[in-house]
Design a binder for this molecule. Structure first.
Ligand code: 15L
Length: 303
C-alpha cells in the first residue's frame, strides 16, 4: 500500500480526504496543529511547511504528497508569501531532495477566478487570478511545471472549487465538489501510471459548471455527484450579490479589499492561520446530507 503525505491535513479538505481515502493508502498526516484523533493506517507528523527542515523531515520515505497546506483564502501578503509561496516551494524542493516523484497540488478555482461566468474554461487557458491567494495558486502550478520539466517529477494540479457536503450558495452550484468526488480525483492523481504535468478542475459533474474538465475525464476521473440536486434550495435562499462578484467565477475574491471598487471599505481579512488549509466555507459547517451517502441524481454521471 502506498504511503501518502497530506499537508494541511487538519483542514476541511484534509479531514474529508482522511475519511474517504481510509484503507486505500497509508496516510501520513501533517499540519502545524496537532491532529489528536487518528485511525488505523494514519501517522501524524507535526510540521510547518514554511520551514524547510520540517518539510524535509515530514516528506521522507513517502510515495507521494497531496499538498493541501497553506493559507486557504485571500489574506495579507506576508501570510500568503510565507504559507503559499515559501511553503509551496519547500514542498516541491523537499520532495525532489527526498526522491518523492509525485506531488498533487491543491490549486484553486481562484487561479482562474477572473474568467467570467459566461465563459467555459479548460485546463489550457491562461491563469487569471482573482486575488493574492489566486496568484499563489498560479505560482504553485508554475512551480510544479518547472519541477516536472527540470527534474522529471510527476505533478497533478487540481483547481479545486468548493469541497463541502452540500453547496452553500449559487456560485458553488458551479464549482462544488463532493468529498467523495474529491477523493476520486485525488486517487486518479495518485494512481494514474503516466502523469507528467497535468491541470484538472476539482469539481463534481455539475450541470452549471464553468469548466471543461475533459483533461480530468481523459485521465479517468468519474465524478458521481451533481450540485443540481441542491439548486432549488440554494437558489431559494440566495440574496442578490454584488454585481461584480456575480460577473466573475471567483465571486467575492475578485474585489476583496481592492480592485473592482476602491471606494468600498476593505473587507476584514483573516490575520491568523488556524490550520494550514483553513475553514473558509462557513455556510457548509452544518452538513445537510451524510458525506458518505450518495445523493439521488437527476442525471447520470459521465461515462
Ligand atoms: C478556495 O480556494 C478556498 O480554499 C475554499 O475555501 C473556497 O472558498 C473555494 O475556493 C471557493 O471558491 O468556493
Amino acid at each position: 500500500m502506498k504511503t501518502i503525505l497530506i499537508t494541511g491535513a487538519a483542514g476541511d479538505v484534509g479531514t474529508h480526504l482522511r475519511r474517504e481515502l481510509a484503507g486505500k493508502y497509508l496516510l501520513r498526516l501533517s499540519d502545524i496543529r496537532p491532529i489528536e484523533a487518528r485511525t488505523q493506517g494514519e501517522q501524524f507528523a507535526l510540521g510547518d511547511i514554511a520551514k524547510m527542515p520540517d518539510m524535509l523531515r515530514i516528506s521522507k520515505g513517502v510515495d507521494a504528497i497531496v499538498h493541501l497546506g497553506g493559507f486557504s483564502v485571500e489574506g495579507p501578503w506576508d501570510m500568503i508569501l510565507r504559507a503559499n509561496i515559501v511553503g509551496c516551494y519547500n514542498v516541491f524542493e523537499a520532495a525532489r531532495q527526498n526522491g518523492v516523484k509525485r506531488v498533487l497540488f491543491a490549486s484553486s478555482n481562484h487561479a482562474t477566478g477572473f474568467y467570467r461566468r459566461d465563459q467555459k474554461i479548460d485546463h489550457r487557458v491562461l491563469t487569471k487570478p482573482d486575488s493574492r491567494y489566486g496568484v499563489s495558486k498560479a505560482f504553485g502550478e508554475q512551480l510544479g511545471s518547472l519541477y516536472a520539466d527540470k527534474y522529471g517529477m510527476e505533478v497533478f494540479c487540481m483547481r479545486i472549487g468548493n469541497v463541502t457536503v452540500a453547496p452553500p450558495d449559487k456560485r458553488r452550484l458551479s464549482n462544488w465538489i463532493s468529498p467523495g468526488d474529491m477523493a476520486r480525483l485525488v486517487s486518479v492523481g495518485l494512481d494514474h501510471p503516466d502523469i507528467k504535468f497535468e491541470i484538472v478542475y476539482g469539481v463534481s459533474d455539475n450541470q452549471r459548471s464553468w469548466y471543461d474538465n475533459s483533461n480530468a475525464y481523459r485521465l479517468g476521473y468519474r465524478p458521481q455527484y451533481d450540485a443540481e440536486r441542491f439548486a432549488a434550495e440554494v437558489l431559494a435562499r440566495e440574496q442578490p450579490g454584488d454585481p461584480r462578484a456575480e460577473l466573475y467565477q471567483g465571486g467575492n475574491f475578485v474585489f476583496a479589499e481592492i480592485g473592482g471598487d476602491p471606494s468600498r471599505p476593505a473587507p476584514k481579512l483573516k490575520t491568523s492561520v488556524k490550520s494550514s488549509r483553513g475553514n473558509k466555507s462557513k455556510p457548509s459547517a452544518k452538513p445537510k446530507a451524510s458525506p458518505g451517502k450518495k445523493p439521488a441524481r437527476r442525471r447520470s454521471a459521465r461515462p
